[in-house]
Design a protein around this ligand. Structure first.
Ligand SMILES: C[S@@+](CC[C@H](N)C(=O)[O-])C[C@H]1O[C@@H](n2cnc3c(N)ncnc32)[C@H](O)[C@@H]1O
Length: 284
Protein backbone atom coordinates (compact mmCIF):
# COMPACT_ATOMS: atom_id res chain seq x y z
CA UNK A 1 0.00 0.00 0.00
CA UNK A 2 1.41 3.43 -0.89
CA UNK A 3 2.12 6.26 1.55
CA UNK A 4 -1.00 8.27 0.73
CA UNK A 5 -3.34 5.27 1.14
CA UNK A 6 -1.77 4.38 4.49
CA UNK A 7 -2.07 7.99 5.68
CA UNK A 8 -5.66 8.18 4.44
CA UNK A 9 -6.66 5.18 6.52
CA UNK A 10 -4.77 6.42 9.59
CA UNK A 11 -6.31 9.91 9.39
CA UNK A 12 -9.79 8.80 8.34
CA UNK A 13 -11.49 10.06 11.48
CA UNK A 14 -9.47 13.29 11.73
CA UNK A 15 -9.66 14.79 8.24
CA UNK A 16 -12.55 15.41 5.85
CA UNK A 17 -12.77 13.37 2.63
CA UNK A 18 -11.66 16.43 0.68
CA UNK A 19 -8.59 16.81 2.92
CA UNK A 20 -7.79 13.10 2.72
CA UNK A 21 -7.75 13.33 -1.08
CA UNK A 22 -5.19 16.14 -0.87
CA UNK A 23 -2.64 14.22 1.21
CA UNK A 24 0.80 13.95 -0.42
CA UNK A 25 1.72 10.88 -2.45
CA UNK A 26 5.12 10.58 -0.77
CA UNK A 27 7.81 12.42 1.12
CA UNK A 28 11.52 13.11 1.03
CA UNK A 29 13.53 11.22 3.60
CA UNK A 30 16.85 12.62 4.78
CA UNK A 31 18.56 10.35 7.26
CA UNK A 32 15.84 9.81 9.91
CA UNK A 33 13.87 12.93 9.02
CA UNK A 34 10.65 13.02 7.01
CA UNK A 35 10.30 16.21 4.94
CA UNK A 36 6.62 16.74 4.35
CA UNK A 37 5.34 18.94 1.52
CA UNK A 38 1.67 19.81 1.98
CA UNK A 39 -0.83 21.69 -0.13
CA UNK A 40 -1.78 25.01 1.50
CA UNK A 41 -5.28 23.65 2.29
CA UNK A 42 -3.66 21.08 4.59
CA UNK A 43 -1.21 23.43 6.32
CA UNK A 44 -3.47 23.89 9.36
CA UNK A 45 -3.55 20.13 9.84
CA UNK A 46 0.23 19.74 9.59
CA UNK A 47 0.81 18.67 13.22
CA UNK A 48 -1.86 15.92 13.15
CA UNK A 49 -0.50 14.63 9.83
CA UNK A 50 3.10 14.71 11.06
CA UNK A 51 2.23 12.76 14.20
CA UNK A 52 0.56 10.06 12.12
CA UNK A 53 3.57 9.86 9.80
CA UNK A 54 5.77 9.00 12.78
CA UNK A 55 3.30 6.34 13.95
CA UNK A 56 3.32 4.80 10.46
CA UNK A 57 7.11 4.97 10.14
CA UNK A 58 8.42 4.27 13.66
CA UNK A 59 12.04 4.05 12.45
CA UNK A 60 11.94 7.73 11.49
CA UNK A 61 12.79 10.22 14.25
CA UNK A 62 11.17 13.46 13.18
CA UNK A 63 8.94 15.27 10.72
CA UNK A 64 9.57 18.74 9.28
CA UNK A 65 7.28 20.74 7.04
CA UNK A 66 9.00 21.71 3.81
CA UNK A 67 7.72 24.73 1.88
CA UNK A 68 9.34 23.26 -1.23
CA UNK A 69 11.36 26.21 -2.48
CA UNK A 70 15.11 26.66 -2.63
CA UNK A 71 16.07 30.27 -3.17
CA UNK A 72 18.85 32.79 -3.62
CA UNK A 73 22.50 32.59 -4.55
CA UNK A 74 23.19 30.23 -1.64
CA UNK A 75 20.29 27.92 -2.61
CA UNK A 76 18.79 27.95 0.88
CA UNK A 77 15.59 25.96 1.54
CA UNK A 78 12.66 28.18 2.44
CA UNK A 79 10.09 27.56 5.17
CA UNK A 80 11.29 24.45 6.91
CA UNK A 81 9.39 24.00 10.15
CA UNK A 82 9.68 21.39 12.88
CA UNK A 83 6.45 19.42 13.31
CA UNK A 84 6.92 16.24 15.34
CA UNK A 85 9.43 13.90 17.03
CA UNK A 86 12.98 14.95 17.85
CA UNK A 87 13.75 18.59 17.11
CA UNK A 88 17.25 18.22 15.72
CA UNK A 89 17.75 19.43 12.18
CA UNK A 90 21.42 18.43 11.83
CA UNK A 91 21.72 15.12 10.00
CA UNK A 92 24.41 12.82 8.73
CA UNK A 93 22.79 11.46 5.61
CA UNK A 94 24.27 8.43 3.83
CA UNK A 95 23.83 8.17 0.07
CA UNK A 96 25.67 5.70 -2.17
CA UNK A 97 28.13 5.18 0.68
CA UNK A 98 28.89 8.92 1.03
CA UNK A 99 28.29 10.72 4.33
CA UNK A 100 26.79 14.20 4.07
CA UNK A 101 26.46 16.14 7.33
CA UNK A 102 24.36 19.31 7.21
CA UNK A 103 21.50 21.25 8.76
CA UNK A 104 18.31 20.60 6.76
CA UNK A 105 16.93 24.05 7.67
CA UNK A 106 19.94 25.85 6.18
CA UNK A 107 21.23 23.66 3.37
CA UNK A 108 19.48 22.16 0.35
CA UNK A 109 19.76 18.49 -0.52
CA UNK A 110 18.01 17.67 -3.76
CA UNK A 111 16.77 14.10 -4.08
CA UNK A 112 16.38 14.73 -7.82
CA UNK A 113 20.18 15.05 -8.16
CA UNK A 114 20.82 11.59 -6.69
CA UNK A 115 21.76 9.91 -9.99
CA UNK A 116 23.92 12.81 -11.12
CA UNK A 117 25.85 12.73 -7.81
CA UNK A 118 26.65 9.07 -8.49
CA UNK A 119 27.17 9.35 -12.25
CA UNK A 120 29.71 12.18 -12.31
CA UNK A 121 32.21 10.15 -10.30
CA UNK A 122 32.09 7.38 -12.93
CA UNK A 123 33.30 9.83 -15.62
CA UNK A 124 36.47 10.74 -13.75
CA UNK A 125 39.69 9.14 -14.98
CA UNK A 126 42.67 8.22 -12.78
CA UNK A 127 44.97 11.15 -12.03
CA UNK A 128 42.50 13.94 -12.80
CA UNK A 129 42.70 17.40 -11.26
CA UNK A 130 39.21 18.75 -10.71
CA UNK A 131 37.72 22.12 -9.77
CA UNK A 132 34.23 22.06 -8.22
CA UNK A 133 33.25 25.74 -8.49
CA UNK A 134 29.97 25.66 -6.53
CA UNK A 135 30.84 22.87 -4.13
CA UNK A 136 28.17 23.34 -1.44
CA UNK A 137 28.62 20.71 1.26
CA UNK A 138 30.47 18.50 -1.21
CA UNK A 139 27.51 17.12 -3.23
CA UNK A 140 29.79 16.14 -6.12
CA UNK A 141 33.28 16.48 -4.64
CA UNK A 142 32.69 13.79 -2.00
CA UNK A 143 31.49 10.96 -4.32
CA UNK A 144 34.24 11.86 -6.81
CA UNK A 145 36.80 11.75 -3.98
CA UNK A 146 35.53 8.39 -2.75
CA UNK A 147 34.75 6.54 -5.96
CA UNK A 148 37.24 7.79 -8.52
CA UNK A 149 40.99 7.87 -8.73
CA UNK A 150 41.12 11.65 -9.11
CA UNK A 151 44.36 13.09 -7.78
CA UNK A 152 43.03 16.36 -6.34
CA UNK A 153 39.74 18.22 -6.11
CA UNK A 154 39.59 21.95 -5.38
CA UNK A 155 36.14 22.59 -3.87
CA UNK A 156 35.11 26.23 -3.75
CA UNK A 157 32.15 27.47 -1.66
CA UNK A 158 31.01 30.98 -0.74
CA UNK A 159 28.34 30.33 1.89
CA UNK A 160 30.08 30.07 5.28
CA UNK A 161 27.51 27.60 6.66
CA UNK A 162 27.83 25.28 3.67
CA UNK A 163 31.63 25.70 3.77
CA UNK A 164 31.77 24.60 7.43
CA UNK A 165 29.89 21.40 6.51
CA UNK A 166 32.07 20.90 3.43
CA UNK A 167 35.15 20.92 5.69
CA UNK A 168 33.47 18.55 8.15
CA UNK A 169 32.34 16.21 5.36
CA UNK A 170 35.83 15.99 3.91
CA UNK A 171 37.03 14.74 7.33
CA UNK A 172 33.98 12.50 7.88
CA UNK A 173 34.68 10.71 4.58
CA UNK A 174 38.47 10.65 5.18
CA UNK A 175 39.22 12.66 2.05
CA UNK A 176 41.69 15.18 3.48
CA UNK A 177 44.36 14.01 1.02
CA UNK A 178 42.13 14.42 -2.02
CA UNK A 179 39.88 17.44 -1.45
CA UNK A 180 41.04 20.99 -0.80
CA UNK A 181 38.10 23.12 0.42
CA UNK A 182 38.46 26.79 -0.52
CA UNK A 183 36.25 29.46 1.03
CA UNK A 184 35.35 32.30 -1.31
CA UNK A 185 33.73 33.47 -4.51
CA UNK A 186 34.70 31.00 -7.22
CA UNK A 187 35.01 33.81 -9.76
CA UNK A 188 38.03 35.07 -7.80
CA UNK A 189 39.23 31.77 -6.38
CA UNK A 190 39.51 30.14 -9.82
CA UNK A 191 41.63 33.11 -10.94
CA UNK A 192 43.84 32.60 -7.88
CA UNK A 193 44.25 28.91 -8.75
CA UNK A 194 45.13 29.81 -12.35
CA UNK A 195 47.75 32.30 -11.09
CA UNK A 196 49.30 29.47 -9.09
CA UNK A 197 49.51 27.44 -12.30
CA UNK A 198 46.62 25.06 -11.59
CA UNK A 199 45.05 23.52 -14.70
CA UNK A 200 42.05 21.22 -14.43
CA UNK A 201 41.06 18.10 -16.31
CA UNK A 202 37.45 18.70 -15.24
CA UNK A 203 35.52 21.72 -13.99
CA UNK A 204 32.09 21.50 -12.37
CA UNK A 205 29.77 24.49 -12.74
CA UNK A 206 26.74 23.15 -10.89
CA UNK A 207 24.48 25.98 -9.80
CA UNK A 208 21.26 27.69 -10.89
CA UNK A 209 20.69 29.84 -12.81
CA UNK A 210 23.36 28.73 -15.32
CA UNK A 211 26.56 30.49 -14.13
CA UNK A 212 27.24 32.40 -17.36
CA UNK A 213 29.16 35.16 -15.59
CA UNK A 214 31.66 32.62 -14.28
CA UNK A 215 32.62 31.08 -17.64
CA UNK A 216 35.54 33.46 -18.38
CA UNK A 217 37.11 32.69 -14.99
CA UNK A 218 36.66 28.93 -15.45
CA UNK A 219 38.42 29.13 -18.83
CA UNK A 220 41.61 30.32 -17.08
CA UNK A 221 42.09 26.80 -15.71
CA UNK A 222 41.47 24.97 -18.99
CA UNK A 223 44.32 22.72 -20.15
CA UNK A 224 45.81 23.05 -23.63
CA UNK A 225 45.13 19.36 -24.12
CA UNK A 226 41.49 19.81 -23.11
CA UNK A 227 39.25 20.12 -20.08
CA UNK A 228 35.74 18.75 -19.57
CA UNK A 229 33.32 21.32 -18.18
CA UNK A 230 30.00 20.23 -16.71
CA UNK A 231 27.75 23.24 -17.19
CA UNK A 232 24.26 23.25 -15.64
CA UNK A 233 21.12 25.19 -16.23
CA UNK A 234 17.35 25.11 -16.47
CA UNK A 235 15.81 24.78 -19.94
CA UNK A 236 13.01 23.17 -21.86
CA UNK A 237 14.20 19.73 -22.90
CA UNK A 238 14.35 20.56 -26.60
CA UNK A 239 16.40 23.71 -25.88
CA UNK A 240 19.37 22.06 -24.14
CA UNK A 241 21.64 23.27 -26.95
CA UNK A 242 21.12 26.85 -25.75
CA UNK A 243 23.21 25.95 -22.71
CA UNK A 244 26.04 24.76 -24.93
CA UNK A 245 25.69 27.82 -27.20
CA UNK A 246 25.86 30.19 -24.23
CA UNK A 247 29.09 28.57 -23.03
CA UNK A 248 30.55 28.21 -26.52
CA UNK A 249 30.01 31.90 -27.38
CA UNK A 250 32.00 33.12 -24.39
CA UNK A 251 34.67 30.45 -24.87
CA UNK A 252 35.10 31.46 -28.53
CA UNK A 253 35.47 35.14 -27.56
CA UNK A 254 38.30 34.05 -25.24
CA UNK A 255 40.01 31.97 -27.93
CA UNK A 256 38.83 28.48 -26.92
CA UNK A 257 37.16 25.73 -28.94
CA UNK A 258 34.24 23.69 -27.58
CA UNK A 259 32.72 20.35 -28.42
CA UNK A 260 29.48 19.08 -26.89
CA UNK A 261 30.19 15.57 -25.62
CA UNK A 262 26.92 14.70 -23.89
CA UNK A 263 23.86 16.21 -22.26
CA UNK A 264 21.70 14.86 -19.44
CA UNK A 265 18.30 15.71 -18.07
CA UNK A 266 18.81 15.56 -14.30
CA UNK A 267 15.29 16.30 -13.07
CA UNK A 268 12.11 18.23 -13.76
CA UNK A 269 12.22 21.79 -12.53
CA UNK A 270 8.80 23.25 -13.28
CA UNK A 271 6.19 23.26 -16.00
CA UNK A 272 8.08 22.09 -19.12
CA UNK A 273 11.38 23.04 -17.48
CA UNK A 274 14.24 20.68 -16.71
CA UNK A 275 17.54 20.75 -14.86
CA UNK A 276 20.01 19.94 -17.65
CA UNK A 277 23.78 19.34 -17.70
CA UNK A 278 25.94 19.70 -20.76
CA UNK A 279 29.38 18.08 -20.79
CA UNK A 280 31.66 20.23 -22.91
CA UNK A 281 35.20 19.47 -24.04
CA UNK A 282 37.07 22.78 -24.10
CA UNK A 283 40.53 23.38 -25.50
CA UNK A 284 42.71 26.03 -27.08
C1 LIG B 1 23.56 24.13 -3.60
S1 LIG B 1 24.77 23.93 -4.78
C2 LIG B 1 23.88 23.46 -6.19
C3 LIG B 1 23.79 21.97 -6.34
C4 LIG B 1 23.04 21.53 -7.57
N1 LIG B 1 23.58 22.08 -8.76
C5 LIG B 1 21.55 21.87 -7.50
O1 LIG B 1 21.15 22.98 -7.88
O2 LIG B 1 20.77 21.04 -7.10
C6 LIG B 1 25.32 25.54 -5.19
C7 LIG B 1 26.30 26.08 -4.18
O3 LIG B 1 27.02 27.14 -4.79
C8 LIG B 1 27.32 28.10 -3.81
N2 LIG B 1 27.66 29.37 -4.47
C9 LIG B 1 26.82 30.26 -5.05
N3 LIG B 1 27.52 31.27 -5.61
C10 LIG B 1 28.84 31.00 -5.40
C11 LIG B 1 30.06 31.64 -5.77
N4 LIG B 1 30.05 32.77 -6.46
N5 LIG B 1 31.22 31.07 -5.41
C12 LIG B 1 31.24 29.90 -4.72
N6 LIG B 1 30.12 29.24 -4.35
C13 LIG B 1 28.94 29.78 -4.68
C14 LIG B 1 26.05 28.16 -2.98
O4 LIG B 1 26.30 28.69 -1.71
C15 LIG B 1 25.65 26.68 -2.94
O5 LIG B 1 26.16 26.04 -1.82
Amino acid sequence: MNFRDRLKIALNSELTQEELDKLPRGFQMISKIILLKLLSELYEKRFIIAKKCLELYPKMESVYYYGGKITGQFRIPERIEFLAGKNDSIVTHKEHGVLYKFDITKIMFSKGNLNERKYLATLVKPGEYIIDMFAGIGYFSLPIGLFSEATLIYSIELNSVAFKYLQENVKLNHLEEKIIPIFGNCKEEVKNLAEKGVKADRILMAVFPAPKDYISSALLCVKDSGTIVHYEGVKEKSKYLELFDEFNKIAKQNGYKCELKEYRVVKTYGPRLYHIVVDILVNK
